[in-house]
Design a protein around this ligand. Structure first.
Ligand code: DQA
Length: 147
């Protein structure tokens, strides 16, 4: 089994992107952290990052049957990523939304996420550690069948 780690626009340059807001962990650090968490369940990680929404949509379709859950940081697509939202609506396994920064402590335009109403849960403001928490949540949801 595998978990889909899906990161949207501008998240490929984590580590050197506004580190005072997003921290210094790189995307590969995050991939390793998630892999470490899900290893206890024998899960692999399929990590996908794209800057364009269409590619993210295709990745959601492509991995629907091959993954047991997803961790999704949509980046700024949280604001108006309606196609990503619709793709996730048809994604059957449970998934958790993650934001590194506390979006509610920031600009007004980051205060609402179009994908959040569809998520099993949302982890916000805990930096890269939030991805670990999301991974644990997915294992819990899978074990309990409550996703
Ligand atoms: C982000 C928050 C978004 O508002 C922003 O556009 C990002 C990163 C986060 O992880 O904190 O790209 O999703």
């Amino acid at each position: 089994s595998a978990v889909l780690l899906l990161n949207g626009p501008n998240l490929g340059i984590l580590g050197r992107r506004e580190p005072e807001i997003y921290g210094t962990d790189t995307l590969s650090d995050i991939e390793e952290a998630v892999a470490e968490e899900v290893r206890v369940s024998g899960w692999d990680v399929i990590s996908v990052q794209h800057d364009s929404e269409g590619d993210l949509v295709r990745a959601v379709h492509e991995h629907n049957d091959s993954t047991v859950g997803a961790i999704v940081n949509p980046g700024a697509l949280m604001i108006a990523g309606w196609s990503l939202r619709d793709a996730l609506a048809s994604y059957s396994p449970p998934w958790v939304e993650v934001h590194l920064s506390n979006v509610w402590a920031r600009e007004q335009f980051r205060h609402e996420s179009v994908i959040a109403p569809l998520a099993s849960g949302v982890v916000v403001g805990l930096g890269a550690f939030g991805y670990r928490l999301a991974a644990r949540a997915l294992m819990h949801l899978s074990e309990t069948g409550t996703g």
